[in-house]
Design a binder for this molecule. Structure first.
Ligand code: ADP
Length: 402
């Protein structure tokens, strides 16, 4: 029987699952959505949606989805390992971890740093342990790749006790995706990872940017939580922290401002109508001023952060775009780089239009000082690979992982 890896990515109202074969190829991926609501369903990438039990919670959805994977022949009985995406690993986890009771306790201990994410990630872990008690399970953390940030990049200018007593510091997220960008860019550029330096822009519903020097993360835009940094679909990114007091005086309590910064800001907040870049760009092109504003603020702030990331590098092998927006939005890439002619970024309009598909991802003009690449992210494949590697090391401790 082929040895397969199951990947589980539990979000607040959805679960992504995928099965990978021993070559690292995805056999299927599927999204269980509308959890806890009417019309819960599983949407596989290759077949029609499947109805899930009404109001299914994460555990019920996961169990029904895994059952479907087995019945449809995508999963042969038990996988040989299960990889879970876990958002926050605090300072405890510098890399992926085998999920024993101690590791689970440590993830629980990080829950106050990611109250929206870690508890739901843990639900997925518990459900998978109950379904497959014999199968080794691995946690792959969004924060782990950024544990190499130098102190000056992660320390906030706050009283020391904020860090010492509460762990308030910059952690960074989307690490699995940024790590993959570094590896894939190095491969495409024909350089060893340890000698490759890139700026990686992950632009999905959440957006973050990372400076990677010689294969290691050295600066990143998200901080204590995923709210800091770039403008996102519904998150504000950087904001004057004085806003909390200002709004409190106006009668809006801090919790409400916090909710608005997470859920009603960003592209949605400025446009007043959509967090979806596709709709935003078409409305802006039809003359909608608010959508135009949202697009312009998004691209300007992204460009400003690309400039800021250069501070942490002594060479730049490529600027890399990924995520739903980074991979698909010709307009965002073009407008952003228009702000960056001084450092010398220039893109080729035709290559950009084709997302670099005929050029191994390259969209820069011949006269650009730096290569610019479009690389589709493969977070689930990375999680599967890390899970497989870790399980192999534990099965045979003499094998060197790398
Ligand atoms: P998530 O962070 O939830 O994984 P994605 O990486 O799928 O999200 O990115 C979602 C974003 O990508 C949305 O803003 C969506 O509008 C945008 N997007 C997807 N396809 C396109 C496209 N063809 N052109 C522009 N934006 C796109």
């Amino acid at each position: 029987m082929d040895d397969q890896i199951l990947v589980i990515n539990c979000g607040s109202s959805s679960v992504k699952i995928a099965v990978f074969d021993s070559q690292g190829t995805a056999l299927v991926s599927a999204l269980a959505e509308r959890l806890g609501q009417r019309g819960a369903r599983l949407v596989p990438d290759q077949t029609q949606p499947v109805t899930l039990p009404e109001n299914a919670n994460h555990q019920e959805a996961l169990s029904a989805s895994i059952h479907w994977l087995q019945e449809s022949g995508y999963l042969n009985g038990q996988p040989s390992a299960i990889g879970h995406r876990v958002v926050h690993g605090g300072e405890t986890f510098q890399e992926a971890a085998l999920l024993d009771d101690d590791a689970i306790r440590a993830i629980e201990a990080c829950a106050d740093l990611a109250p929206l994410h870690n508890p739901v990630n843990l639900e997925g872990i518990q459900a998978a342990r109950e379904l497959f008690p014999e199968v080794p399970q691995v946690a792959v953390f969004d924060t782990a790749f950024h544990q190499t940030l130098p102190r000056h990049a992660w320390l906030y200018a706050l009283p020391r006790r904020f860090y010492e007593d509460y762990g308030v510091r910059r952690y960074g997220f989307h690490g699995t995706s940024h790590h993959y960008m570094a590896e894939e860019a190095a491969r495409r550029l024909g350089k060893p990872l340890e000698q490759t330096s890139i700026i990686s822009a992950h632009l999905g519903n959440g957006c973050s940017i990372t400076a990677i020097r010689n294969g290691l993360s050295v600066d990143t835009s998200m901080g204590l939580t995923p709210l800091e940094g770039l403008v996102m679909g519904t998150r504000s990114g950087d904001i004057d922290p004085g806003l909390f007091e200002f709004m409190a005086v106006k009668g809006v309590p801090a919790e409400e401002t916090h909710r608005i910064l997470n859920r009603e800001s960003g592209l949605l907040g400025i446009s007043g109508q959509t967090s979806d870049m596709r709709n935003l760009v078409s409305a802006a092109r039809e003359g909608n001023e608010h959508c135009r504003d949202a697009f312009e603020v998004f691209c300007f702030r992204l460009a400003r952060y690309i400039g800021a990331m250069m501070v942490s590098l002594d060479q730049l092998d490529a600027l890399v775009f990924t995520g739903g927006i980074g991979e698909n939005s010709t307009h965002v890439r073009a407008r952003t780089l228009e702000h960056l002619t001084l450092p010398g970024f220039l893109i080729d309009p035709e290559a950009n239009e084709n997302h670099g598909s005929q050029l191994d991802g390259h969209i820069e003009a011949a006269s650009s000082r730096f290569p610019v690449l479009v690389i589709p992210t493969r977070e689930e494949a990375m999680i599967a690979r890390e899970a497989r590697a870790l399980v192999q090391v534990h099965a045979n401790p003499r094998t060197n992982r790398h």
